[in-house]
Design a protein. Structure first.
Length: 407
């Protein structure tokens, strides 16, 4: 199936609304993180247990990607989206009242349910883009939608820091519920992009066979792993930052939340730069440029550890890494699915692998006592950069034949 078979709706989808959808899970994952230290003391749990509130969220977010592909292909994009957002509202209220009941188990369960619901935003937004826009248009739109991964987490951590400082950590989750209600209001204004020709019968057996087919697509899997390494790099900062950075530089949660605006702002600028770069370079070339830049910046980041890491140097190099990450994220996302016709299920598998890699990485970090210092955090970022570079080179040699260049 090619894009000319798609019936473009009379009212095209709003890019700002798509940004809100993509940011749903990102907002939910990190807004409360500046309050993790306060929550750890409140529930009297270990640092690893508290970091698991982020890991279990990502687990729910991960499996949500496979859940929504078949659902939106049968019931439509909007109905599934609306129901999932309502569930996200309820789940975050439950997170808030877990403080009233002093129940850490309730917090974990509600976090998982919240992620399962909010996870609809990413796969449905990417599916709508695949429904309506041509590959040429998508090459310029995806970097714009990727800004949500940058601006929203930074703003969320900034807001969360001050909410925790002024109102307490429980209000982080009540604010999240309000955010999802606002998102629902605007999401209902989106056009339905599922046409009769693309409607599929919902069947668990058929869904399993479909996903089995996509998991055997080497191009999809390899580029999805690259996307996952970018996600791991971002969430590594979100998971370890609240404890390691605050303790290492002796700063308060409000200041940490404010400083976190810097790397996420540069991530947003990186997406805008990627959009311009993609106008001048082939996607296959741009992704190589991005992986090389990440490797170089990562090497300087590690070198800074040996000359004395100050808070200025830390945020300078973190921001530089975040600035070049979008080159890999945007182009790897496009190369993973641009040759596949079933965009909904292809994007579901892409998102699943993306988040699964992040979950595995963070789980190893959280359960291991070896990664608890600033130095180790920087080393992990550098290792992720090396893996991106090696994957980029092998993928280019395997998939970027002369007939594919320029796509």
């Amino acid at each position: 199936m090619t894009t000319d078979l798609y019936q473009t709706p009379a009212k095209p989808p709003s890019i700002p609304i798509l940004l809100m959808l993509i940011s749903m899970a990102s907002m939910g994952s990190v807004l409360y993180t500046p309050g993790m230290h306060s929550m750890m003391l409140f529930f009297d749990v270990s640092e690893g247990a508290m970091q698991f509130t982020l890991t279990i969220y990502l687990i729910g977010y991960c499996f949500a990607q496979l859940l929504y592909g078949p659902l939106v292909n049968h019931y439509g994009r909007k109905p599934v989206l609306a129901i999932s957002i309502v569930v996200a509202v309820v789940a975050n209220v439950a997170c808030g009242i877990s403080g009233y009941f002093e129940s850490f188990a309730l917090l974990l369960a509600a976090r998982f349910l919240s992620a399962l619901a909010a996870g609809s935003g990413l796969v449905i937004a990417l599916t709508i883009i695949g429904d309506v826009f041509s590959e040429h248009q998508a090459k310029r739109i995806i970097p714009m939608t990727a800004i949500a991964f940058a601006v929203v987490p930074g703003i969320a951590m900034f807001i969360g820091g001050y909410i925790t400082h002024v109102l307490g950590w429980t209000w982080c989750f009540y604010v999240l519920s309000l955010y999802y209600m606002i998102t629902l209001f605007f999401a209902l204004r989106l056009p339905e992009t599922l046409t009769r020709e693309k409607t599929q019968i919902f069947s668990l057996q058929k869904s399993f066979k479909t996903y089995k087919h996509f998991f055997k697509e080497p191009r999809l899997i390899r580029y999805a792993i690259m996307v996952g390494l970018v996600g791991f790099s971002v969430y590594l900062y979100c998971a370890l930052g609240p404890s390691i950075v605050i303790a290492h530089f002796n700063i308060n949660p409000a200041l940490y939340g404010t400083l976190s605006l810097i790397p996420f702002a540069t991530y947003a600028l990186g997406n805008l730069m990627t959009r311009q770069l993609n106008k001048k370079l082939a996607v296959s070339t741009a992704i190589i440029v991005g992986s090389i830049l990440i490797l170089i910046v990562g090497a300087f980041f590690v070198a800074a550890l040996f000359v004395g890491m100050t808070i200025v140097l830390f945020y300078f190099f973190t921001s530089f890494v975040f600035f070049v990450l979008p080159i890999v994220w945007s182009n790897a996302s496009l190369l993973a699915t641009n040759t596949l016709s079933d965009k909904a299920n292809a994007n579901a598998v892409l998102s699943f692998i993306n988040i699964l890699g992040t979950v595995i990485g963070l789980t190893i970090v959280c359960v291991s006592k070896q990664f608890s210092s600033l130095d180790e955090m920087v080393y992990l970022l550098f290792i992720a950069g090396i893996c991106m570079f090696l994957l980029c080179i092998t993928n280019h040699r395997r998939f970027m034949s002369p007939t594919h260049r320029g796509k």
